[in-house]
Design a binder for this molecule. Structure first.
Ligand code: SF4
Length: 465
């Protein structure tokens, strides 16, 4: 069996493949747009407080809101399925597809269906699934994985996409984004019109009406949920708002935080199947409410991460995410939110390095529209990693050595003096450290030790005072 690749190993792999530069540029651009959108909206801070209060109320009373939402979906003629985990959700949707004679399905972007690997389950049931969000379409066409929760191909350049379309769709090469869009639209239009099933996620479920709100910029969500005869929405159980008025608050902060828009181009609210006289819409609507570890998270220290509205703002500001790329997190949820959510949902055993993938600078908390204290949760997870013995040996030994030195003043002073000498000499071996140190010096300079310690400088300063 091959050893699992660590977070740092994955970063090195993706940097070598050149996937990180495009992502860094894209993430910075999204941050600039978010800041500009917030600056021109005087009520932004007030709306963030309101959004936070709504989401925390939902988490505190989730059982009540879930019951209300499920009743409302059924009142409108929809069907609700409660899935304890990904397998249950996948089995249910695959069975539904087989029972209804579904051969082709279209999907709008949905991280929760990525989380449960729905496409593979449907393919095994003989259903041909096509992703219709442009980014997800590119991901599917190239056998890649999303690197960002709202911009799945942030790591790719338009030149690469031009080459991909030329190879896979048999069109002439172009790297003009407008023409690339037109090619994808032409390719997808016929698939939409012939699809038997449309599958979406849910940005929010509205408890009072049973509506499923979808926010997109491409209109593919609207076609996915109205053209095919069956619509299946897969929703993480925490993605509720109590009322339509609460939904309006969430929409105020979501688009501004995600893409810097005042509002996304398409906001759909699907409330039950087509009624007599409706010009379009599906004959059947099925809402799959997914737990998949969320109930356990709700009872733990990281419960607040479930207030996340998946805007991606914390990814864009995170220096670690921008330098490492989304694939290094080895999960559909990357960046700061992924560093908390993935180990919380999936267990620490396979993701013990993720809580360390942060400089704890606090930029994520500052950017988060619902003010989730991600750094605090990362610290709690790090403590848990150490408590259950999952920290790597070299780290445990290193911290033990540090503790030995830091609690012996004589030894500490001797080490500082040695460091000072090295700093003065600026030895060249500091530029290419061995073993784990190479992970640092392969990409950047190691900061030379200070030539004078803080104690020395303090003594000199107070002497002169
Ligand atoms: S944690 Fe906050 S900033 Fe990050 S994706 Fe979720 S809502 Fe957005």
């Amino acid at each position: 069996m091959t050893a699992p690749v660590s977070f740092l190993g994955r970063v090195q792999r993706d940097r070598a493949a050149g996937r990180v530069t495009a992502l860094d540029i894209g993430a910075r651009r999204l941050t600039e747009r978010r800041l500009a959108a917030a600056a021109e909206y005087p009520a932004m801070e007030q709306m963030r407080d309101a959004a936070r209060a709504i989401r925390l109320d939902v988490l505190a009373n989730l059982d009540r809101y879930l019951g209300r939402f499920a009743d409302a979906v059924e009142r409108t003629g929809g069907h609700v399925f409660w899935a304890a985990d990904g397998d249950e959700a996948n089995d249910h949707i695959a069975r539904l597809a087989v029972d209804r004679g579904v051969r082709t399905a279209v999907k709008s972007k949905s991280m929760v269906t990525e989380e449960i690997e729905l496409n593979a389950a449907l393919a095994a049931a003989g259903v041909d699934v096509t992703e219709t969000d442009l980014g997800e379409f590119i991901v599917q066409l190239s056998g890649d994985r999303p690197s960002h929760i709202i911009a799945p191909v942030l790591h790719r350049t338009r030149h690469e996409i031009g080459e991909l379309f030329a190879d896979e769709l048999g069109v002439g090469y172009t790297d003009d984004p407008v023409r690339l869009n037109a090619i994808a639209r032409r390719h997808l239009r016929g698939i939409f019109l012939n699809a038997d099933m449309g599958i979406s996620g849910a940005n929010f479920g509205v408890a009072e009406t049973g509506g499923v709100c979808l926010v997109t910029n491409e209109g593919n969500g609207r076609l996915t949920t109205t053209a095919p005869r069956i619509h299946v929405a897969v929703m993480g159980m925490e993605r509720l708002v109590p009322t339509m008025a609460d939904l309006a608050v969430m929409l105020e902060v979501l688009a501004r935080s995600a893409t810097g828009q005042r509002m996304s181009v398409y906001t759909n609210i699907v409330t039950g199947p087509r009624r007599p006289g409706d010009p379009d819409g599906p004959d059947e609507v099925h809402v799959v409410i997914l737990d998949n570890g969320r109930s356990e998270v709700l009872g733990g220290d990281a419960a607040e991460i479930l207030a996340c509205i998946r805007c991606g703002a914390c990814l864009n500001v995170c220096p670690v995410y921008r330098a490492s790329g989304g694939h290094a997190y080895d999960s559909v949820y990357s960046g700061p939110v992924g560093a908390v959510l993935t180990p919380s949902l999936d267990g620490l055993a396979d993701h013990a390095d993720l809580p360390h993938a942060s400089s704890l600078c606090g930029a994520c908390k500052e950017a988060c529209p619902v003010r989730i204290d991600i750094p605090e949760m990362l610290l709690t997870l790090r403590a848990e990693v150490a408590a259950v013995g999952l920290a790597p040996d070299w780290l445990r030994r290193g911290v033990r050595l540090y503790a030995e030195a830091a609690t012996r003043p004589g030894l500490w002073r001797a080490l500082l003096a040695t460091g000072g000498l090295l700093g003065r000499a600026r030895s060249s071996w500091l530029d290419s450290l061995p073993l784990h140190g190479a992970g640092w010096t392969d990409h950047r300079q190691f900061p030379p030790p200070a030539t004078r310690s803080f104690h020395q400088r303090w003594k000199e300063r107070t002497r002169g005072a």
